[in-house]
Design a protein around this ligand. Sequence first.
Ligand code: GDP
Length: 369
Amino acid sequence: MYDKIINPSDKHSALKVSPAIEQPGQVNEEFLKRHVKGKTLSIDDYVEGILNKNRTILSRAITLVESSRYDHQEIAQKIIERCLPHAGNSIRLGITGVPGVGKSTVIDVLGTNLTKTGHKVAVLAIDPSSERSKGSILGDKTRMEDLSTDPNAFIRPSPSAGSLGGVARKTREIIILCEAAGFDIVIVETVGVGQSEIVAHSMVDFFLLLQLANAGDELQGIKRGIMEMADAIAINKAEGENKQKADIAAGQYRNALHLFPITESGWTPNVFTCSAYDNINIDKIWETVNEYVIHTKQNNYFYKRRNEQNLKILSESIDSHLKESFYTNPMVKQGIIEAQKDILENKVSAYIAAQKLIDDYFTDIKNKK
Ligand code: GDP
């Protein structure tokens, strides 16, 4: 170092060296403060970080929500509780459709259109395949190329652990965190197979079904239940040669929807064509959502639906707590093995065996008090 070679206090030296001033470190302290990876955070840190729109902290909080560890869940629930008063202000949009229909492409274009107009968009996924295998139908965030690098967008793949019910609960909690972090549009994406679309529908304000124009009978193979849930149907890939076919399909869907009973919201589902490739009518999706929100806020259905969704969480949570408490009870665990054996040997009926297990469970709980 220079101060070892030239002593600045040596008045006889021909060289004059000013006393050193403190130099900024090589590492930006502000960055370090913001860069919280690896640091243990308190609940206050998490809540403050989320409310300050810190994405790293939001991601870490979501990881806690997704974790099956008891201690993680305990912290996660405290964070959620404190974020709750700051949540609820987004429009929650569900998008479903079979693999290949163009969900991620549509969300990429729609989301980018929305962030350009000042919105903050969170995209969450519910992936039914995660229940059975570790693989996924929806894949990961790389599917949305523009949106995944957009600072005003946040993409999170489906929680992979547990049953569909577990994934649903976690996704609802993640919505709360995203809303508290200032995202004013939350898109919940799911594949239109199995039960996942019912689950997605139960947590959104508006549900969009994406379809393709296929040759032949358009309505073959589409589940009536999905059509009944849809607030709009968009026929994607409606460009070039496909446009005409898409228009015909749209007409068929409109006719089919006429046969359905009037919805409780008083809203008539819209049917239109779009092309994510050419960004045609993608804005129509958002216009339709806005019209729907105005309509349902005027007739109060918007609030009624959210209230019903919240109350459903209460009953679902009670169900899942009871189930977990029951099945993890050591006495029940042993009892079930014996009951299964007895049932297969025709020694007892399944109904009686179930009744006995439940009675034993409650006696066990009472004795432990
Ligand atoms: P997802 O499985 O529903 O998410 O579908 P993707 O968004 O991955 O799209 C499936 C395929 O359809 C991809 O090859 C896309 O490039 C293509 N695709 C998506 N939107 C359009 C569209 O509007 N027009 C055309 N021609 N192809 C599209």
